[in-house]
Write a protein that binds this ligand. Structure first.
Ligand code: ATP
Ligand code: MG
Length: 200
């Protein structure tokens, strides 16, 4: 399987669709948000540092995030030790979020003889996203799912992450799936599976 980078704004469904992709294709899943929340929960020093950024809706600094990602990718638990990744493929959920992270990911994979594979961009309007995230706040109680922090995360996404879509376009691996064309989860998934099947 090719690696997949799942890309989109907060609440666009990166985690949800990643889980469905894992079920269908048996790939490994790396969610940097989940990794960071795990560190916070365990009370580690890294978690402590991460929390100060997450609570404000800001990104963790690139150098730190890149080193965390490489560590997870190479860990046996991530099933990504060179070799297995080449067969099962990895879903990158929430990474990269800046051009610097994207360049680093490309290099890290190249160093291991791997490729980025394909990027799937989830396009969903901010009004729909806000509604979903406020609902998730009630259901899951994530500390950064409150209206003020969500607005900050949208702003960070627009300024720092969205421009990255063009970078993937130039790499020739960008695939767009939009909620306006596929206005329910089943339809979104069908479109995503079609892309993956065609690319593998
Ligand atoms: P969703 O989980 O609904 O897709 P999201 O994209 O805001 O929403 P996560 O991907 O879980 O949520 O990330 C939560 C927070 O973790 C981010 O707001 C950011 O502070 C931090 N974070 C996660 N991934 C990265 C990254 N690649 N670079 C920098 N910070 C990150
Ligand atoms: Mg997520």
């Amino acid at each position: 399987m090719k690696n997949i980078i799942i890309f989109g704004a907060p609440g666009s469904g990166k985690g949800t669709y990643s889980n469905e992709i894992v079920k269908r294709y048996g790939m490994s899943h790396i969610s940097t948000g989940d990794v960071l929340r795990g560190e916070i929960k365990s009370g580690s020093e890294l978690g402590h540092i991460a929390q100060s950024y997450i609570d404000k809706g800001n990104l963790i600094p690139d150098d730190l995030m890149i080193s965390i990602l490489a560590k997870v990718y190479d860990s046996p638990k991530g099933c990504c030790a060179a070799g297995s990744a080449a067969t099962a493929g990895v879903i990158f959920d929430g990474f990269p979020r800046t051009i610097k992270q994207a360049e680093a990911l490309k290099q890290m994979l190249a160093d291991r003889g791997h490729e980025m594979g394909l990027m799937i961009e989830l396009v969903v309007g901010e009004d729909v996203l806000m509604e979903r995230l406020l609902k998730r706040a009630v259901e899951q109680g994530r500390a950064d799912d409150n209206e003020a922090t969500i607005k900050a995360r949208f702003e960070v996404y627009r300024k720092q992450t969205a421009p990255l879509a063009e970078w993937f376009e130039r790499e020739g691996i960008r695939h767009i799936v939009s909620w306006s064309e596929h206005p329910c989860m089943e339809q979104m998934l069908e479109a995503i599976f079609n892309i993956i099947d065609k690319e593998n």
